[in-house]
Ligand binder design. Sequence first.
Ligand code: SF4
Ligand code: SF4
Length: 169
Amino acid sequence: MKALYQYIKVIIQAFSSLLNGLLLTLKYFLTPGKSIITEQYPENRTTSIRIPERFAGELVLPHNENNEHKCTACTLCQLSCPNGTIEIFSKTIETEDGKKKKILDRWVYHLDMCTFCGQCVDACPSDAIQMKNNFELSAFDRNTLTRQLNRPDSRLEESNKQQKNTLAS
Ligand code: SF4
Ligand code: SF4
C-alpha cells in the first residue's frame, strides 16, 4: 500500500512540475518583458545580442598599436593546458650587443581541442593571453581551427622585455 501511495505521489509531482513550466511559458508568452533571456539569434547578431563579458569563447593573444604582444615564450601556458591545445615555438636570435636571446616564433592555438577552461590564462605570468567572449567559432574545415595567434613581424612589448630581463637576472 505504501509503495502505491509513493507511486501516485511521484506522478502527481511530475504533473505539477510540468504544469508549473507550462504556466511560466504562458506567462512569458502573454507578457513578454525584460525577464526573458532568450535571444532572437541570428536576427539580433548585429543589434541587441548580449554576450556576458566573462563568457569564455576563444583564446586570444592581444597586440598593441605597435604590433607588440606580451608573450615571452616561457611555455607555461602550454604546460598548464590539459588538452595539448597550445604549442609555443621559440627561436634564438642574436641581439645588437652579441647576446643570444630566445623569442617567440609561433604561438599556435588548436581551437578545436580547447575546452575553454582558462588554465592557460591563469598560468601566464605576463598577462599575455586572454579569453574573449567570441562565440561564432564553428567552421566547415577543421584545419581553419588551428591558428597562429602572434601576428607577422610582431615583437615583445618593451615593458615585458624589462620584466623578462629582471626574471632572468
Ligand atoms: S582554455 Fe584550457 S583547454 Fe583551452 S588552451 Fe587554455 S588551458 Fe588549454
Ligand atoms: S602566453 Fe604567457 S605563459 Fe604562454 S608562453 Fe607566452 S608568456 Fe608564457
